[in-house]
Design a binder for this molecule. Sequence first.
Ligand code: AMP
Length: 395
Amino acid sequence: MKTIDDINFKNKKALVRVDFNVPLNDNFEVTDGTRIISAKPTIIKILEDGGSCILMSHLGRPKGVQDQFSLKHIVDKVEEIIGVEVKFVNNCVGEEVEAVATNLQPGQILLLENLRFHDEEKQGDEAFAKQLAKLGDIYVNDAFGTAHRAHASTTVVAKFFPEYKCFGKLLAKEIESIDKVMTSGEKPVLAVLGGAKVSSKITIIENILDKVDHLIIGGGMTFTFIKAQGGNIGDSICEDDKMELALDILKQAKSKNVQIHLPADVIAADAFSNDALTQIVDANKIPHGWQGLDCGPKSIVLFDEIVNQCKTILWNGPLGVFEMESFASGTIALGDSIAKATKNGAFSLVGGGDSVAAVKQFGFEDKVSYVSTGGGAMLESLEGKTLPGIAAIIN
Ligand code: AMP
């Protein structure tokens, strides 16, 4: 895997695909600069080598050129975070942009206008990618969040740099972390999959059965498995059309020697509400009129034991409706267990949408080994797909 650490950027212009798709408020101020902070190490390395950076990104989902999606709004924030003056051009291709790029000096940063102001970006248009490629000497991809897209700036552009292309530090770290779980992780390996539905996680479950020793299934997914095995799930969320599949997964797990752990008990509520009446019941004995919205105390103890036996841990999806305080304790307890295991030497990766939100909300971000920055890209990696943005650099 070729990363920017393998290249000396002295007097070179790096064309860097970053993910500066940051949230803005009504005054067009950046409300969360995490993504800019994440790209900083890559940018600094290039500048310290004596190179210059041409940064390209998308922002939002513009339809044509729309001022509210202009990257000019983030220039001040990028300067503040990187600590270097940032030049800005109001397009990302064309003669004017080429002239500014040509005159860029070592140590300088140029930010291009929103790539998605051109439809050709999402279409993966080759001529557009070629115009982008003209701007730099070396292509660096540091945008994991868009690595699953075969867009012009994330994938197609790489073909114009057959020798001079590499991963930025952030993307390299993402790839390494996923690799640690999926191929080179120290055993025993555990995956914890939660969230609402089996259907959205099925490809991940099937792919992961070949990689793990233990699989904890939590959240709303639980009930499809429990009902399929003849349990009473009351009014809990369930995908009846996935029950066959659930039984098949249990069978496959057995033949692959993977131990599947489902919650033993749950917190059942008489309504999908934070103020609902609750009771703790066995996960397969939920009374009619009640729904399981979090795992119960026995499950927390059981999951803690499993987590602490394992040396490599992947966590995707909450164990309950963590957005409601009354049903957050299972997810918080799991975060605590994973934090403890990490402190004792396990490698832990948290990735994919809601589990990342949960980890941030409950303050576990710095207590796990790595929190992935890419939602869709992470899920597709766990499904075993090769992401086009990654393949374009490797091949
Ligand atoms: P996902 O996007 O598939 O990871 O699902 C995340 C969502 O699953 C969160 O919004 C949780 O509130 C929801 N969830 C977790 N456990 C349950 C449950 N027992 N019943 C209903 N929804 C749940």
